[in-house]
Design a protein around this ligand. Structure first.
Ligand code: IVH
Length: 678
């Protein structure tokens, strides 16, 4: 597994529009994977926890599922090889936590588990054979269903009445989303009386909330018209909508429910002892169940059925990234039991990414907010994962040259994890005789300034600060949900602001008048008023969002948070950071008053601590946990935001940096003393 894959974040092209997906900056990323296994375990756990956070809470993953699963596999292999080390660091939750903190939470009557995953047919067959060999199982009957791609939900019916619906949460406790679930089509508030079947006193129904492809495309088209950012994947749309906690929006955007399992049922014999019959019973009560499922009796039949799902899934109206294989018989399921995180009677099979061939029509060059030039492949439209795709980024000039892509080539386009389209390869046998290698432009495609290349950059860049493309990208970044999040400021509006000269820099946004906005194309007085209100609200956005949104060199999300904790106001930042003082003062003068993070309590509150070298007794993870518990923040590199360096044996560059910047350096004994507090 190459960790570098995690750092590759592409623009996402869906139905022809290249989305600005946030790029991880150096400050956001964990430093190169260390060779020491204990440190590797800690780094991987932190990395995975960060991806879980993005996936479950923000529904905006920055790596695809296969790359994520590879991280998980790496960690599992290390933990198995070094059980002693693994036990010393706090464990990683078996899966993420989707609780938002904004909704009431409740305990699931029976915890919601995850599923083991496999990616190839050998692993699938091995699972079937292993399961059949388990005591008390014999040759089980298998059920195979599509794996719906949305968010897990647990519906609790008491006496036949929907009492509440919860997200997975951490598996034990989930967010209350009852109001949203009641707005889903076909979810009975009361289970109807069905002749011959008594209503269970308690019934937990497990399912998935998802958005069909057609609604995903429709919602995105509407958003495009409104100048709002598109959703990258239907799952993101489903999660984002449920979070809004507005039932009208749930219905308007076309969210759906599918039910595929049962948790607690009381009395225990209220439902049949077979999964298929149970689903038939749920359907009889009016609950939506998978429209199609397959059955199999042997490992080979299971593999055939999974392959059949793989072929059929292109025509499914709902997003799916795999198949789920389950033992049908409940008694056998009970005999197999569960591990801490997943049942032993089920397995998720993830399909390899979809691939289609198309013709490369052009290679264009995009200008990023820092002036970096990125080649983009423009190809004949192809259907991929439910959307029409016409573009994909090609990373950089070297990547393009190495792959020897030429206009006119037949290329394979794939959507990794059904999210990010990429050019997977060239079919050289189809290369037309006249195709010539692409020559990277020597001038910026937007402002025609000669490009420059500095050793530190990955490739050529436009050195012109005033380049309109850079100005647009910087403002797009600033207003994006990942940064200050200003609703209504989509790419079209930003382009109009820059083209008209009304706002080309962030401070100028805050000097806009209603008549400036109303003069722009497709902006009426009402829209202008709404935009001004959105700008007004954003003056008080969290300080770290401002710092991150301004796109200062080397300031990613992590560092922005560090600086926000430490300096707390634009005025303090202006003092601490002379090279940006003018900008901070200009913003303050324009009425910008960002909200500082809550004051943390504890003896190390406000401290930004960097650990370096081996401490005599504490591991790095233990030290970091203790510092955070005491209200401090732990950073990976020594910067001017650093207030303290804790050094052990064998330190080098960080100690050097601390000396240069005049940051206090202490050892473990002093750290322990400070942790205890005054
Ligand atoms: S069965 C004990 N069946 O995938 C878990 N899950 O990655 C029983 N999912 O937690 C789950 N489609 O949220 C099952 N046909 C299906 C599914 C499915 C999607 C989700 C579900 C599960 C997750 C695991």
């Amino acid at each position: 597994m190459k960790l570098s894959r995690c750092l590759l974040v592409l623009g996402v092209a869906v139905a022809g529009a290249l989305l600005p997906v946030r790029t991880l900056s150096a400050a956001d990323t964990v430093s190169p994977i260390p060779s020491d296994p204990a440190a590797r375990i800690a780094v991987l756990r932190a990395e995975i926890a960060a991806h879980d956070e993005r996936y479950f809470r923000a529904a905006a993953p920055v790596i695809d599922d296969a790359a994520y699963d590879a991280l998980r596999r790496d960690l599992a292999a290390l933990e198995t090889a070094h059980p002693d080390l693994a036990a010393r660091v706090p464990p990683l939750a078996p899966f993420g936590d989707d609780r938002t903190g904004a909704a009431p939470t409740h305990r699931h009557p029976t915890p919601l588990l995850s599923l083991e995953k496999s990616y190839d047919y050998d692993a699938l067959r091995a699972f079937c054979v292993r399961t059949a060999a388990a005591p008390g199982v014999g040759e089980p009957a298998w059920v195979i269903e599509p794996k719906f791609d949305g968010l897990a939900v647990n519906l609790v019916y008491v006496g036949g009445r929907l009492e509440r619906a919860l997200t997975r949460g951490d598996g034990t406790v989930g967010d209350d989303i009852t109001a949203a679930v009641r707005a889903l089509p076909g979810v009975p508030a009361d289970l109807p009386a069905v002749p011959g079947i008594a209503l269970p006193a308690q019934l937990e129904v497990r399912g998935e909330i998802y958005v069909p492809w057609a609604d995903f495309v429709r919602v995105n088209a509407d958003r495009e018209t409104a100048g709002a950012a598109r959703f990258v994947h239907p799952r993101q749309l489903a999660v984002g909508t449920v979070r809004q906690r507005d039932p009208a929006e749930v219905a308007r955007r076309g969210l759906r429910l599918v039910c595929f399992g049962v948790g607690t049922v009381a009395p225990a014999d209220a439902l049949p002892g077979s999964l298929r019959l149970r689903l038939a019973q749920l359907a009889a009560w009016g609950l939506p169940v998978p429209p199609r499922s397959w059955t199999a009796a042997t490992a080979d039949e299971v593999a055939d059925a999974v392959a059949a799902v793989g072929r059929a899934r292109r025509d499914f109206p709902f997003p799916t990234d795999g198949a789920v294989i389950k033992v049908d018989d409940l008694a056998r399921q009970r005999a197999l039991g569960s591990s801490e995180s997943a049942p032993r009677w089920a397995l998720a099979f993830k399909f390899p990414p979809d691939r289609v061939a198309t013709v490369l029509l052009a290679i264009t060059v995009q200008v990023g907010r820092t002036g970096a030039l990125t080649p983009v492949a423009e190809f004949a439209p192809v259907k991929l994962g439910g959307a029409t795709v016409t573009r994909a980024t090609l990373h950089n000039r070297e990547d393009l040259a190495r792959r020897d892509l030429r206009i006119g080539d037949t290329v394979w386009v794939e959507k990794a994890g059904d999210v990010i389209p990429a050019v997977a390869g060239v079919d050289f046998s189809k290369r037309p005789g006249h195709a010539v290698p692409f020559v990277f432009p020597r001038a910026c495609p937007e402002c025609r300034t000669a490009t420059e290349e500095r050793a530190a950059d990955a490739g050529p860049r436009c050195p012109n600060d005033q380049c309109p493309a850079q100005q647009r990208r910087r403002l797009e970044h600033f207003v994006s949900p990942a940064a200050v999040n200003i609703p209504g400021f989509g790419p079209a509006l930003v382009a109009a602001l820059v083209a008209s000269g009304h706002a080309v820099r962030v401070p100028e946004l805050y000097r806009l008048q209603a008549q400036d906005l109303a003069a722009l194309p497709r902006v009426g007085p009402e829209t202008a008023a709404r935009l001004l209100t959105a700008l007004e609200t954003s003056r008080r956005a969290e300080l770290w969002r401002w710092l991150y949104g301004l796109g200062l060199p080397q300031v990613g999300e992590t560092r922005a948070k560090e600086w926000a904790r430490r300096h707390r106001s634009l005025a303090a930042l202006a003092d601490a950071w002379p090279e940006h003082a003018l900008l901070f003062r200009e913003l303050a003068a324009a009425g910008v008053r960002p909200t500082p993070p809550p004051e943390s309590a504890g003896p190390l509150a406000g401290q930004v601590v960097v650990l370096t070298g081996a401490l005599p007794t504490l591991t790095r993870t233990e030290a970091a946990a203790a510092i955070e518990a005491a209200g401090g923040a732990v950073a990976s590199t020594v910067t001017r935001a650093t207030t303290l360096v804790v050094a052990g044996e064998g330190t080098g560059a960080k100690l050097e940096a601390a000396r240069r910047l005049g940051v206090a350096v202490i050892g473990e004994t002093e750290l322990r003393r400070r942790l205890r507090g005054p």
